[in-house]
Ligand binder design. Structure first.
Ligand SMILES: [Cu+2]
Length: 117
């Protein structure tokens, strides 16, 4: 009887601890998973609006930049070289001719975001 009891207790202890581990693990996994999915969503969001380009000419005084750009999906514009006007001239600070960049433009073709790649 004593043996049975201690075996039972040991079994319960194992079950309890493994259940606790499983719960922890699941919670951690769920949190990590949700975090990753959120990050992936944000990346996709960013990538969807970002276009790859190369700076051909830059006129930071007037906030203008000539970009040889890839397809701009949100404007359905094929790859070409053209001038964009920055919404905020400060966006062009630190950029120079020859830089490879990722950028986004609004529907009026103003540069809303640009960053070195
Ligand atoms: Cu264009």
């Amino acid at each position: 009887m004593k043996n049975t009891m201690s075996t039972l207790l040991a079994t319960l202890a194992i079950v309890a601890s493994s259940t606790a581990f499983a719960a922890d693990d699941h919670a951690m996994h769920a949190a990590g998973h949700a975090g990753k999915e959120k990050a992936a969503d944000m990346n996709m969001q960013a990538n969807a609006d970002m276009t790859q380009g190369e700076i051909k000419k830059i006129d930071s005084k007037n906030g203008k930049v000539t970009l040889k750009h890839g397809e701009i999906k949100n404007l359905q514009m094929p790859p070409m070289t053209m001038v964009f006007t920055a919404k905020d001239k400060a966006q062009l600070d630190g950029l120079s001719k020859g830089d490879n960049v990722m950028f986004s433009v609004d529907k009026d073709m103003n540069l809303t975001h640009i960053q070195k790649q």
